[in-house]
Design a protein around this ligand. Structure first.
Ligand SMILES: *Cc1c(COP(=O)(O)O)cnc(C)c1O
Length: 383
C-alpha cells in the first residue's frame, strides 16, 4: 500500500510528466525576452479557442480580471444590477462592486449547486418592480466543474436584453449539449490559478467568445484601452495581460488536459460508487460533461463537519470547505445585498444550508484508485 500523503490538489505529479517540456518552453521565453505579449500568448489563445471550439480566446491576467474586462466591455456600472449565485467564490461578486454595479444574489439548486432559474426569474422581476436598478447581466457559475443550466440562462438573458457571462473558472473542459464551455452565453471567463483544471504557475486567465467585436474590445481593455497605435487610448482599460511565461507553461500543460479530464471523471465515478448512501455525492445533469474541478459532497443534516474533517485528517485525508459562508453574509457584500431591493431581498436558504454541510474531498487527475478507496473508507469511518 502506498504511503504517499494524499493531496487535496496535486501539481507535482503532473509537473514530473512534462518537466522537460516546461523547461524547454520557459527557456525559450528567457531567450527571446518577449515577456509581455510574446508569441506564446497568441499560440495559447489559438489553442484555447480550438480546445473549446469557439472563435476567439483572449489571454488575461487572472480569472477575476477576465470577469472584470467582460463587464467593462458591456459598460456595466452604477445603477446596474448583476445577478449571480450567492454560493460561489468571492471574485464573482467582487467584480460588479468594483465597477460600481450592484450584485443581486440568487439562490442555488440544492442538487447541482448552480444558479436556481426560478429564483433568478423572481429576483429579476423584483428588481424591475423596485425600479431603482437596471437588470444588465447574469453571471452563471459552473460550480465545481458542473455546467450551469445555460440554455435557460441564455433564454432569460435574451428575453430581458441582458448580458450572459459564464464564470467557468472551475470548469474548463466541461461541456453541455455537445458544446464545451466557451460557447455558452455571450462570453466565458476562465481562470488559470494553479489548482484549476488548467492551471499555470502564478495568476492567469482568459476570455472566450464567438463574438469578434467583443474579442477586440477585450484585447483593448486588457492593454489600457489602447487602440492600434501604442499611445492612442480609446477607452478606460486596465493592465490585464497574461504573462508570456505563464502562456508558455499553459502550452506545456494543455497537451495533458484531455487525459486529465478523463482521469478526473474516473476518480469521480470511484467516489460516487464508494460514497453512495453515505453522503449526497455530486450528480450529473443530462447532456452535461462535468470537469470535476472539485469533488464536493453534502454531509448529512446535523453531521459535525469539523469533527469529520479532524477524523479525516487523522487518517491522512485532507479536505476543504468551498465555501464556508454565502456571499450575502460576507461583511464586504452584506450592505450592498440589503440595499439591492427596497425593504431587503428575499432569503437565500439553499446557499446558507450548503455552506454548513459542504465538504470537498481530494480531487486531482493523479489520485490512484487505492487513494480513492482510502478516502472513501476514511469518510465512511468519519461520518
Ligand atoms: C478561481 C475563481 C475565480 C477567480 O479566478 P482568479 O484567477 O483566482 O482570479 C472566479 N470565479 C470562480 C468561481 C473561481 O473559482
Amino acid at each position: 500500500m502506498t504511503t504517499r500523503p494524499i493531496a487535496l490538489f496535486d501539481m507535482k505529479a503532473q509537473q514530473s510528466l512534462i518537466r522537460a517540456e516546461l523547461d524547454r518552453r520557459i527557456a525559450a521565453v528567457l531567450d527571446s525576452g518577449a515577456f509581455i505579449n510574446g508569441p506564446e500568448v497568441r499560440e495559447l489563445e489559438q489553442k484555447l479557442a480550438a480546445f473549446a471550439g469557439c472563435a476567439h480566446a483572449v489571454g488575461v491576467s487572472s480569472g477575476t480580471d477576465a470577469l472584470q474586462i467582460a463587464m467593462m466591455a458591456e459598460g456595466i456600472g452604477r445603477g446596474d444590477a448583476v445577478f449571480l449565485p450567492a454560493f460561489t467564490y468571492t471574485a464573482t461578486a467582487e467584480v460588479p462592486l468594483v465597477l460600481g454595479a450592484t450584485p443581486v444574489f440568487v439562490d442555488v439548486d440544492p442538487v447541482t449547486f448552480n444558479i436556481d432559474l426560478a429564483d433568478l426569474e423572481k429576483r429579476i422581476a423584483l428588481v424591475r418592480r423596485d425600479g431603482r436598478l437596471k437588470p444588465r447581466a447574469v453571471i452563471g457559475v459552473d460550480l465545481f466543474g458542473l455546467p450551469a443550466d445555460w440554455p435557460a440562462i441564455e433564454a432569460v438573458c435574451a428575453r430581458e436584453g441582458m448580458f450572459a457571462l459564464d464564470d467557468a473558472a472551475q470548469a474548463f473542459g466541461a461541456a453541455l449539449g455537445g458544446k464545451r464551455l466557451g460557447r455558452w452565453g455571450h462570453a466565458t471567463a476562465l481562470s488559470f490559478y494553479p489548482t484549476k483544471t488548467l492551471g499555470c504557475y502564478g495568476d492567469g486567465g482568459a476570455l472566450l467568445t464567438d463574438d469578434a467585436e467583443r474579442a477586440e474590445l477585450y484585447r483593448q481593455l486588457r492593454t489600457h484601452g489602447e487602440g492600434k497605435s501604442r499611445y492612442e487610448v480609446l477607452r478606460t482599460g486596465m493592465n490585464g495581460r497574461l504573462d508570456t511565461i505563464q502562456a508558455a507553461i499553459l502550452l506545456a500543460k494543455l497537451g495533458l488536459l484531455e487525459d486529465e479530464l478523463v482521469a478526473r471523471a474516473r476518480i469521480a465515478e470511484g467516489y460516487g460508487k464508494g460514497l453512495s448512501g453515505l453522503v449526497q455525492a455530486p450528480t450529473s445533469v443530462p447532456g452535461a460533461v462535468h470537469a470535476w474541478g472539485l469533488y464536493s459532497v453534502l454531509l448529512p443534516d446535523g453531521a459535525d463537519r469539523a469533527s469529520v474533517q479532524e477524523t479525516l485528517k487523522a487518517a491522512g485525508v485532507p479536505s476543504g470547505i468551498y465555501y464556508p459562508k454565502p456571499l450575502h453574509h460576507q461583511p464586504a457584500y452584506a450592505g450592498a445585498h440589503r440595499a439591492s431591493v427596497a425593504g431587503g431581498p428575499p432569503p437565500l436558504p439553499v446557499s446558507e444550508m450548503l455552506c454548513t454541510r459542504i465538504l470537498s474531498l481530494p480531487m486531482h487527475p493523479y489520485l490512484t484508485q487505492d487513494e480513492v478507496s482510502r478516502v472513501v473508507a476514511a469518510l465512511r469511518a468519519a461520518v
